[in-house]
Ligand binder design. Structure first.
Ligand code: GTP
Length: 553
């Protein structure tokens, strides 16, 4: 189904193309005029039957060099806007001119100018005044930020209710059905974000539910190759054995949701051709990315700091500064040393492409480029860079920031709070008697408990809050723009939820608690971030000494 956004995108693209076509007509007419003027001058010289003066020769060479540059630009942009034939002709012509200008020191003669002129005229003929259809770009399905709905199909009503209760603790909205046909009856009016099916209840009858095209997880008490293979053939996103390890299941659910909800990629575009830059912006935004265009390359570092792009898409040849030089400037800053830089240029010369890459760029895309190809290349680059950055900065068990990253994030946020006069709550959260969890149920189960605290913190805090794994079973939480009262309420809420979770190891079921120590920046006279971290740690110590399972301030 085509939605309104898609219509509006097509409309905007079509307007951009119309404008481009008008400019293209003007540009070709203007190039023809230049060639016309050169033809006249050269003819006049021929009539005078003398050698043309050096100054005039120099002027003709400069004019032809300018024609070459304009054709080079045109070769890059025409195909992008759907004028493929003109783009190809411009590419051939600019290539020929370039070779002639580089390799020949002959005088510019009428024959050469005639050839260029007739090619330009045929390009004008080619430019039929009908716009080609706008490219369609796949718009990602948006998940709204509200509650996640899970459909659970479980034959055993008691077990179903138990699972629903546990998942509700993690803020999921769970609808329980005891058979696939029962769930199918509700497909008309509503649909889930995730489907969890008891393998016994469903494997044979699932096909109607597959139309829901949401992630599918199986729960089962049958751990055989055949059962797992059947699940794989049904494209299941997970297979969990009973008795269910709820935190493990929740971790998988969170992973699936994160994959679908990952924030839009932020792209900074640097191109002196404003129309092309607007086109890239439109195409990338339509694919769900956030795009900013840099008008003045001198402001590149300011823009990087304020927009914090995840990829820099840059033209190679610009009037004032070349792309590779700009890339070198960016690379001088440690903070931006791993920012992906992709050149998008009409440059076909392999040597120059390699040279551009050696200045610190990661990739080279050649203009013209299809919208879908541009989107795919950028998506892959950003995804890879996110994976790398997650590996570097995120803890593998919890997916939270590692010690060094959360500490520096905390220091930056506290300092910003002091500067901009808003309050920041800093809290240390620690699982109670965790050593005995490890000792009694094993290290692997201990890991599940740690991961479930991380999940709970992520779920019950705001997107703008920062959470990191500070030590083994200790977490550092930073809540910007938060009063002491609000911070305390949120931590109490997390403490309460955590105490209600049930963990299992074999047939044994157990619960855990956590303690937290917090401090609010405006309650501390000295503007010292290290002091806040010490005070939060001291408050945690008081919570432990006071009997654990509590929040102290
Ligand atoms: N399973 C698991 N255990 C870990 C990990 N990192 C640290 N630990 C364990 O966490 C336990 C922390 O224990 P302690 O600091 O003595 O404190 P506690 O038992 O939690 O008791 P209180 O904090 O005083 O309530 C140690 O046994 C560590 O081995 C991890 O990644 N996984």
């Amino acid at each position: 189904m085509v939605n309104r956004d898609q219509h509006s995108l097509e409309h905007k693209l079509s307007l951009l193309k119309q404008t481009y076509q008008q400019n293209l007509q003007k540009e070709l007419a203007s190039l023809c005029q230049v060639l016309n003027a050169m033809q006249q001058t050269l003819r006049a010289q021929l009539m005078a039957a003398g050698d043309s003066p050096v100054a005039e020769q120099q002027a003709s060479r400069e004019m032809l060099t300018d024609v070459y540059r304009r054709l080079h630009k045109l070769a890059g942009s025409a195909g992008t806007f759907g004028f493929d034939a003109i783009g190809s002709q411009a590419r051939i012509l600019e290539g020929g001119l370039k070779r002639w200008l580089e390799e020949s020191d002959q005088e510019i003669d009428l024959q050469l100018v005639n050839v260029v002129s007739s090619q330009l005229q045929s390009m004008q003929v080619e430019l039929i005044p009908s716009l080609q259809s706008a490219p369609t770009i796949e718009t990602p399905q948006e998940m709204d930020g509200s509650t996640v709905t899970i459909w659970l199909i479980e034959e055993d009503a008691n077990l179903g209710r138990h699972i629903r209760e546990q998942l509700t603790n993690f803020s999921y909205d769970v609808r329980l059905f005891n058979s696939v046909p029962e769930a199918c009856q509700h497909m008309e009016d509503t649909s889930p974000d995730i489907l969890i099916v008891d393998a016994m209840a469903g494997v044979g009858h699932l096909s109607p539910l597959q139309a829901l095209s949401c992630p599918l997880l199986f729960i089962s008490d049958c751990d055989t190759f055949d059962a797992r293979m059947r699940a794989a053939q049904l494209n299941a996103h997970g297979y969990f054995l009973k008795p269910l390890n709820i935190p493990q299941l929740v971790n998988r659910l969170e992973q699936l949701l994160q994959e679908r909800q990952s924030p839009p990629a932020r792209i900074l575009v640097v191109d002196d051709d404003q129309q092309l830059a607007a086109y890239y912006q439109l195409v990338l935004e339509a694919a769900g990315m956030e795009v900013r265009i840099l008008d003045n390359p001198r402001h590149i570092i300011d823009q990087l700091s304020s927009f914090r792009p995840e990829l820099l898409l840059m033209d190679v040849h610009m009037p004032d500064y070349d792309g590779p030089d700009l890339a070198s400037v960016v690379r001088q800053y440690d903070e931006w040393s791993s920012l992906p830089i992709v050149f998008l240029s009409a440059e076909m010369d392999l040597g120059k492409q390699v040279d551009a890459l050696s200045h610190g760029a990661d990739d080279f895309l050649t203009k013209p480029i299809l919208a879908a190809q541009l989107v795919a290349s950028i998506r892959v680059r950003v995804a890879r860079s996110r994976t790398l950055s997650a590996l570097l900065n995120k803890d593998s068990l919890t997916g939270l920031l590692k010690h060094a990253s959360i500490k520096s994030a905390a220091i930056n946020e506290i300092s910003r709070g002091y500067r901009q006069r808003y309050s920041v709550v800093v809290a240390m959260v620690d699982i109670d008697h965790f050593k005995s969890v490890n000792d009694t149920y094993g290290h692997a189960t201990g890991d599940v408990v740690i991961a479930s605290v991380a999940t709970l913190l992520r779920q019950r805090l705001r997107q703008t809050d920062m959470i990191g794994r500070y030590g083994g079973e200790e977490f550092l939480v930073v809540l910007p723009h938060c009063s002491a009262d609000d911070g305390r309420k949120r931590l109490e809420d997390i403490r309460e939820y955590f105490s209600r979770l049930r963990f299992s190891q074999g047939d044994q079921e157990f619960a855990c608690t956590l303690s937290a120590g917090m401090v609010c920046s405006i309650d501390v006279a000295e503007h010292d971030h290290d002091r806040l971290l010490v005070l939060a740690d001291e408050a945690l110590y008081r919570a432990k000494r006071g009997g654990r399972n509590q929040v102290c301030q």
